[in-house]
Design a protein around this ligand. Structure first.
Ligand code: COA
Length: 391
């Protein structure tokens, strides 16, 4: 018996900024963003969108055709939660009408927590084969106007139903792990924007990859050649090039650039247009690979590396299942990404700064209506966040 993904779906906010608009402001050559870091556009949430609404939209999509009575666990992975105590997943649980007899809680460790949730869910399901686990990773990546990280912002969510009926992909139980206390990216409780030492973070990412890979291969004895494709956490798409180039060399794999590039390129397509989704990023990348690979990946082994600054890294793997394409939501994902409205720079600034204008004294406030999909953040009253179903 094996456990893995029965359904997976992504959602992103319905507005974006093209990075050439950012380049016009910063005075940078747009190719620094398009080519240098490999980012074209970034999703920008409107005032009535947050991690709850992003997650609820992704969850509703992933649950289409799924028997929810078997769901007993909902893990919500985020580093941009909306409350210090209550799990954002409980709002989602109510919005999408999940069964009451289940547990819901939040996971946090920068961009890693979604993968951590998956590592706990797979053995859990093997012990409880009649149950299903919902993992949702949602984040709004904010680094600050004019900051070095600004072109790598983004917003989105990925929802996965895991079960012992893994129609899309199974996961192996073994993984390579690495934890190291470093300050490469963090967000103090009083800050709305992440702080990042970008160059240091790239180094720490590679260190974690090397250590996790080393442990993984030590445990499994699996050589590099057993992997058909690789899916990396993508703070920006060029990070996968840096990571994979390193791994190819480190593993003494005899691949030319075209060959190793082919192992990672399909996974980067969505991220290039959405931007960073932090905890969701490695699974947005997995969805991108499964949706966009021209090749039939059935029976192929995929290597995945999740990295969360601070830092935790995990290398793990899985096998794509026969007939998986019939269970993907590729057309919907393409429609969501292509259907977004472009923002001018001024409106991006207005959306971005809206958060700082939210009342903190319990006053009533209604958010202006934008397009936030089926669920929206309607406002605040008595220090409580209010959500509503749109359609
Ligand atoms: N055309 C093509 N490439 C260009 C270019 C141009 N006109 N101008 C610059 N570049 C290239 C640079 O050569 C560099 O490539 P390299 O990394 O292969 O050397 C790349 O673009 C980035 O330029 P750089 O000057 O290093 O950018 P930066 O100082 O603005 O920093 C990041 C880039 C990614 C480090 C920064 O945006 C960041 O910190 N982002 C957040 C990252 C993050 O989230 N980390 C934590 C989670 S893992």
């Amino acid at each position: 018996m094996q456990a893995g993904i029965e359904s997976i779906s992504i959602y992103t906010s319905q507005y974006y900024l093209d990075l050439k608009a950012l380049a016009n402001q910063s005075g940078e050559d747009p190719n620094k963003y398009y080519i240098g870091i490999g980012q074209q556009r970034m999703s920008v949430p409107p005032p009535d969108e947050d991690v709850v609404t992003l997650a609820a939209n992704a969850t509703a999509q992933a649950l289409q055709g799924i028997d929810t009575t078997a769901l007993d666990t909902f893990l919500f992975a985020t580093e941009t939660g909306i409350d210090q105590s209550k799990a954002a997943g409980i709002y989602v649980h109510e919005l999408v009408r999940l069964p009451k007899n289940m547990r819901v809680f939040e996971l946090k460790q920068a961009c890693y927590s979604g993968a951590g949730g998956l590592s706990m869910a797979v053995p859990y399901l093997l012990h409880h084969p009649d149950r299903k686990v919902l993992i949702v990773a949602a984040d709004v990546a904010r680094y600050g106007i004019g900051s070095i990280g600004e072109p790598t912002q983004g917003a989105g969510a990925v929802a996965m139903v895991l079960s012992t009926n893994p129609t899309i992909m199974t996961f192996d139980l073994e993984s390579g792990l690495y934890t190291n206390d470093v300050m490469d990216f963090w967000r103090p409780n009083y800050a709305d924007e992440a702080l990042v030492d970008g160059k240091y973070s790239i180094k720490m990412y590679i260190t974690a990859l090397r250590e996790a890979w080393q442990q993984y291969t030590g445990i499994t004895g699996r050589p590099f050649g057993d992997f058909h494709r690789f899916v990396y956490h993508l703070p920006f798409t060029k990070m996968a090039d840096k990571a994979h180039q390193f791994l190819v060399r480190h593993a003494n794999a005899e691949l030319n650039q075209e060959e190793w590039q082919r192992q990672i390129d399909d996974a980067a397509i969505y991220q290039r247009f959405i931007g960073n989704t932090y905890a969701g990023s490695v699974f947005v990348a997995l969805t991108s690979l499964l949706d966009n690979s021209q090749e039939d990946l059935a029976g192929k082994r995929i290597g995945l590396f999740s990295y969360g600054s601070g830092s935790v890294g995990e290398f793990f793997s899985g096998i794509v299942q026969q007939g998986y394409k019939a269970y993907l939501k590729k057309a919907l994902h393409h429609e969501i990404i292509a259907g977004r409205a472009e923002l001018d720079y001024e409106t991006y600034r207005e959306f971005y700064t809206f958060k700082s204008r939210l009342p903190t004294d319990g006053a009533v406030m209604q958010t202006p209506k934008y397009n936030a999909g089926r669920y929206r953040f309607a406002g605040l009253a008595d220090h409580k966040r209010l959500y509503e179903v749109v359609v």
